[in-house]
Write a protein that binds this ligand. Structure first.
Ligand SMILES: Cc1cc2nc3c(=O)[nH]c(=O)nc-3n(C[C@H](O)[C@H](O)[C@H](O)COP(=O)(O)OP(=O)(O)OC[C@H]3O[C@@H](n4cnc5c(N)ncnc54)[C@H](O)[C@@H]3O)c2cc1C
Length: 430
């Protein structure tokens, strides 16, 4: 099978598009070839040929989270968007940017910031691309202020599994007629089409930024404080970090601290200063006492980037979504199990990791604790990072799938009937 696939790809594509990498494995699938179409036209040709020859592919953006999702069905070829890169059109007067999907978010952030705009898509990792962030519907701590990814995607250019170029939405919200397909592609983990370009809504760069840190020794007080901070009008990020995570992102704290609260206020100067002063009084914010302006952005940036599982994460990282009022019952068993945590009380999210070097028994036990913690808080659990051997036979998106699964399966059948795009990756093995 492998030799036959290589032969077919070698015959079909020139070496500038098809490479044979060695020793790459994704969730137990040995990768024998990578296709890197040089532009959208070439992407259409590549997909049409793969469709004709029935060769399935894993789509790769920056590769920061290529292992996310359920174990893929037998796949040996990567389809990389690395050459589909660059800002196509930036309209500073309207706050809209059109970009190719393989463009690193960092590049778009810099380009728009120079004209007073911010890209309100908060995925972490310096290599993460626009396409990857949209495919994962990725969010970071600034989701509190930015809103979810789907809100900031105005339109998409997508090449379907048969190799046909399609467009949905456009550069203004008003262009959306009929079904808003961009919402369907956002978060579908590359299972419905290959995103090749996007029109994104921007937000004006805030006039002021104030960052404050507070410490808590009790979980209930930390959560109550975090929820109150999240409700302040200028709060655009507010997270509680367990001590190990705080140290990893460069925040010092006292030995007595169980939770370190980090809040970013952004907007008009008077409003931010008012909210920051409120926090200092109400929470006894102490360290560092004040951090303002552009330099202060680095603190939440570091938390955002730490949410992309790096080598320091042993291989297990879970995300639990629960009601803010039920977070305490979720956190308690995870703390007991020694989890390192980032908690977003305003969004009701808990990200919990297991320390490096855990054996198979410990990994299973940790997953079980996380599952029970999610149930106790009537929340949902996603295993975001877990060694492949633990993924087999389970659904990383949770086992209690609702009636919407049948609808999602139908969508997959319509969009990708031969199961060629990220097959098996998504909810219910879609
Ligand atoms: C369920 C889930 C929750 C996450 N939560 C967070 C979070 O809270 N915070 C955070 O910072 N990060 C989170 N991530 C990870 C974050 O989304 C990724 O780090 C980043 O967005 C991936 O960008 P990338 O270019 O490196 O994509 P890759 O790692 O290369 O690919 C990621 C996924 O997107 C698909 N994909 C990539 N490009 C395209 C494209 N052009 N068209 C179609 N599909 C494509 C890939 O096949 C793969 O399935 C989450 C991801 C998932 C799936």
């Amino acid at each position: 099978m492998t030799a036959a696939v290589i032969e077919r790809l070698r015959n079909a594509f020139d070496p500038a598009i098809f490479e044979e990498p060695s020793g790459i494995e994704v969730d137990g699938c040995e990768i024998i070839g990578q296709l890197s179409p040089r532009d959208v036209e070439s992407l259409c040709q590549v997909l049409a040929l793969l469709n004709e020859q029935q060769i399935p592919v894993l789509i790769r953006g920056g590769g920061t989270r290529i292992g996310l999702g359920n174990c893929p069905d037998e796949v040996q070829v990567l389809l990389s968007t690395r050459s589909l890169s660059g800002v196509r059109r930036f309209e500073p007067d309207d706050g809209v940017v059109e970009v190719s999907a393989g463009t690193p978010l960092e590049e778009v952030r810099k380009a728009v910031l120079a004209k007073g705009w911010e890209l309100p898509i908060d995925a972490g990792g310096s290599r993460a691309t626009v396409g990857g962030a949209i495919a994962c519907a990725a969010y970071g701590p600034r989701c509190l202020g930015f809103g979810p990814v789907r809100r900031n995607v105005l339109g998409l250019e997508v090449v379907n599994a048969a190799g046909t170029l399609t467009r949905c939405g456009g550069r203004v919200v008003k262009n959306v007629t009929g079904f808003d397909l961009a919402k369907i592609y956002t978060g579908s983990l590359g299972t419905l089409g290959v995103i090749s370009g996007a029109w994104l809504r921007l937000q004006p760069k805030p006039r002021a930024i104030e960052v404050r840190v507070a410490e808590f020794s009790q979980t209930d007080q930390a959560l109550a404080g975090g929820i109150r901070v999240s409700r302040r009008s200028s709060a655009r990020a507010c997270v509680l970090l367990s001590p190990e995570v705080a140290r990893r992102v460069g925040l010092e704290h006292s030995l007595a601290a169980s939770w370190i609260l980090l809040a970013e206020f952004a907007g008009e100067a008077s409003e931010c200063r008012h909210d920051a002063a409120w926090l200092e009084t109400e929470m006894g914010a102490n360290r560092p006492s004040v951090s303002s302006g552009d330099d202060a952005l680095a603190m939440i940036d570091a938390v955002r980037d730490s949410l992309v599982a790096g080598p320091e994460v042993a291989g297990v990282r879970v995300r639990i979504a629960a009601l803010g009022t039920k977070l305490e019952s979720c956190i308690r068993p995870l703390t007991k199990a020694g989890a390192r945590m980032t908690v977003d009380p305003g969004l009701g999210l808990v990200f919990a990791e297991q320390a490096a070097g855990s054996g198979p028994g410990e990994v299973s036990a940790f997953i079980e604790v996380a599952r029970t913690a999610a149930q106790t808080a009537s929340g949902t659990l996603v295993l975001e990072s877990v060694p492949s051997e633990f993924k087999r036979g389970i659904d990383v998106f949770g086992d209690e799938l609702g009636p919407e699964l049948a609808l999602m399966r139908k969508l997959k059948e319509e969009f990708d009937p031969k199961r060629l795009l990220n097959p098996g990756r998504f909810v219910g093995g879609i």
